[in-house]
Design a protein. Structure first.
Length: 302
């Protein structure tokens, strides 16, 4: 496999309705009853979402091999503290991690000089900085022609890395499996999404990564973390296409809850300034959710 050097943009990759409603009600209850227990770095929520792989004892530090076995999608930066190239790649990696913080992809880095015994299984310490994707515990190999795409089309930017992650770790063209909220790109896909999910929550935004979108993404992430399962009882999607919002007769930014393809009327409007708690309160107040029964053995208190 060819390795990209500085002239190559300094990047290398080796890379039944009641059931639905009841489950969603339980998820919302869990969010109000306790804080997320499975956050990799609870003391760094709101900070850069990158863990450190090392043998040292420290906050947000992990063993690399154990981490990639415990998490389905992991993206790792192997680096050295020396050299401008490592600084440049590290900055792009950190930017990507911040933009994709509330996704299913876990980000981590390892200093090959300090933790050579841990890193040498995967990379030559003389070949850093190196980015490696792991899917279900195995490193992902990348076709040489895609290195050229990263170099020529994206110049090694976070957008290029998103493209690579989606292509090689995604299970469809949009990489739906990598996100807690599916990216709804067209009005046609919006209609299909509503037909597919008996209960659906859709966020409509001006652009990806704006304040409201980040709050929505964190809210959905927390719903999943608090119950530690993939299915929260509803399909969740997000769209940044104004044509989709127009077809849905929605004024962005907005969140809509649908039942059998029909938009439900909320009991109260979203607060002008979105917060995670505010979004959770908004979703919880839908009549169809508050009336949902709770499966045996689960707490229905909110």
């Amino acid at each position: 496999m060819r390795v990209l050097d500085g002239s190559d943009v300094s990047l290398r990759f080796s890379m039944g309705c009641w059931c639905r409603l009841r489950l969603l009600a339980v998820c919302l209850a869990a969010c109000f009853l306790r804080r997320a227990a499975s956050e990799p770095c609870q003391d760094q929520v709101g900070e850069e979402p990158v863990v450190q792989f090392t043998t040292e004892e420290c906050s947000c530090c992990y063993d690399l091999d154990e981490f990639i076995q415990d998490n389905d999608y992991v993206y790792v930066l192997f680096y050295s503290a020396k050299g401008r190239l490592n600084v440049d790649i590290g900055a792009k990696f950190s930017q990507l991690a911040r933009e994709w913080k509330w996704t299913r992809v876990h980000f981590g880095r390892i200093d090959v000089d300090k933790d050579r015994s841990m890193s040498q299984k995967w990379v030559d310490s003389n070949m850093v900085p190196t980015n490696v994707m792991y899917k279900f515990g195995r490193p992902v190999e990348v076709k040489p022609k895609d290195f050229e795409v990263i170099r020529d089309k994206y110049q090694g930017s976070p957008d290029g890395q998103k493209w690579m992650l989606t292509k090689y770790m995604g299970e469809d063209a949009e990489g739906t499996n990598l996100h807690y909220a599916a990216n709804i790109m067209t009005a046609k896909k919006h209609n299909k999404f509503l037909k597919k999910h008996q209960v659906a929550i859709v966020g409509y935004f001006r652009k990806e990564g704006d304040g409201e979108h980040r709050t929505f993404a964190e809210t959905i992430w927390r719903l999943h973390q608090d119950i530690d399962r993939d299915d929260i009882g509803a399909g969740v999607g997000a769209t940044f296409a104004q044509s989709v919002a127009k077809a849905a007769a929605v004024q962005v930014p907005a969140i809509a809850v649908y039942l059998d393809g029909r938009a439900l009327e909320p009991e109260a409007a979203l607060p002008e300034r979105w917060t995670v708690q505010g979004v959770l309160d908004f979703i919880k107040k839908f009549n169809v959710l508050s009336e949902a029964e709770v499966p045996p053995g689960a707490s229905g208190e909110l």
